[in-house]
Design a protein around this ligand. Structure first.
Ligand SMILES: NC(=O)c1ccc[n+]([C@@H]2O[C@H](COP(=O)([O-])OP(=O)(O)OC[C@H]3O[C@@H](n4cnc5c(N)ncnc54)[C@H](OP(=O)(O)O)[C@@H]3O)[C@@H](O)[C@H]2O)c1
Length: 299
């Protein structure tokens, strides 16, 4: 099996690579069909997915691939409001370019999307068929990327995840640890709810899905719902950091950070389709978080 990961040095790209290189995830070993897979990893400097000619050349010289994981994205949610053109170029146009190249060679294409395609105005975990209506430029760019991928490649998986953390790059877990240690205090929004997701667990589920022909849209997040404040408290508690914890409303947060964009109040996803296809192996979010922090004591 031949696999390409783009955006390979990001959080998810790094965990996919780790799983494929070691033959296992934190959840468990990979199936035999994935052991010894031939892997090409491209970061942005090696392959910019917004450059159609470069993508074509890459596939012509190194393809064909059985599976392409598009882990490239513009993920700065607030930054998308002020850099919308850049965000749409990567999250939407680039996604379509990569999906078209994958389609041309007969491969399967994975596009990773977000809970932020939903408005979050309804306190009910969203299933895959629910109507998206993003509040932010990030959410709109990701929804456009979903559609571009599905339109360009018949063998597409669009997998929506949320509140992702992994070993590479910056994320909420690392930020909370830094602030708690530096300031002895964290102040975190307590009225936005979602599903923290361990990138290594997500990578495992994506790899299992890649062995199927059950294309289409999936949700894949850690199990259980919490607020950002609950998530932050769990992070500092597991790390054993004693600090002051201040819950904020979204309105209070906006006063402190006026440049921040609107986020959904309740954007929990239900892994409904996973349960009826490969099975939902995603762990309860606290367990997955503890396992992540145990695996990375350097944090
Ligand atoms: N992080 C979350 O909480 C979250 C939540 C829901 C969904 N998601 C989705 O999950 C996926 C993985 O997220 P992540 O957290 O792993 O993202 P990440 O850590 O920000 O990694 C994204 C990678 O994409 C690369 N990239 C940016 N522009 C590119 C381009 N034009 N061509 C090729 N590569 C490019 C980045 O490279 P540079 O560093 O050089 O820019 C970076 O290595 C994304 O699709 C994201 O939208 C993430």
């Amino acid at each position: 099996m031949r696999i390409l990961i783009t955006g390979a040095n990001g959080q998810l790209g790094t965990e996919l690579r780790r799983c494929l290189e070691t033959g296992r995830a934190q959840i468990g070993p990979l199936p035999d069909a994935l052991q010894g897979a031939q892997l090409d990893c491209a970061d942005r400097s090696a392959l910019d997915i917004t450059d159609e000619a470069a993508v074509r050349t890459w596939f012509a010289q190194r393809g064909p691939y059985d599976v392409v994981f598009n882990c490239s994205a513009y993920t700065n949610v607030d930054g998308c409001e002020t850099h919308a053109a850049e965000a749409f170029a990567v999250n939407a146009t680039g996604a379509g370019i990569l999906a078209a190249a994958t389609e041309h060679d007969g491969g399967k294409c994975f596009y990773i999307s977000t809970d932020y395609v939903f408005p979050g105005d309804d306190e009910r975990p969203r299933v895959e068929d629910d109507e998206p209506a993003p509040l932010s430029a990030y959410g709109r760019s990701k929804l456009e990327g979903e559609l571009a991928t599905l339109a360009a490649c018949d063998r597409s998986f669009v997998v929506r995840t949320a509140w992702l953390y992994g070993q590479a790059g910056g994320n909420f877990v690392k930020t909370m640890l830094r602030l708690a240690r530096q300031n002895g205090k964290i102040a975190v929004v307590a009225d936005q709810f979602g599903n923290p997701t361990n990138a290594n667990d997500l990578a495992y589920e994506l790899l299992l899905l890649s062995l199927t022909d059950d294309y289409g849209i999936y949700n894949c997040t850690g199990n259980g719902v919490c607020s950002w404040y609950d998530f932050a408290c769990a992070i500092v508690d597991i790390a054993g950091i004693l600090c002051e914890k201040e819950p904020l409303t979204s309105a209070e947060y906006k006063e402190r950070f006026p440049q921040s964009c609107d986020r959904p109040h309740y954007s929990s996803l239900d892994n409904a389709r996973l349960r009826v296809t490969i099975g939902d192996d995603m762990r309860p979010w606290r367990e997955a978080l503890a396992s992540f922090m145990e695996a990375h004591p350097e944090l």
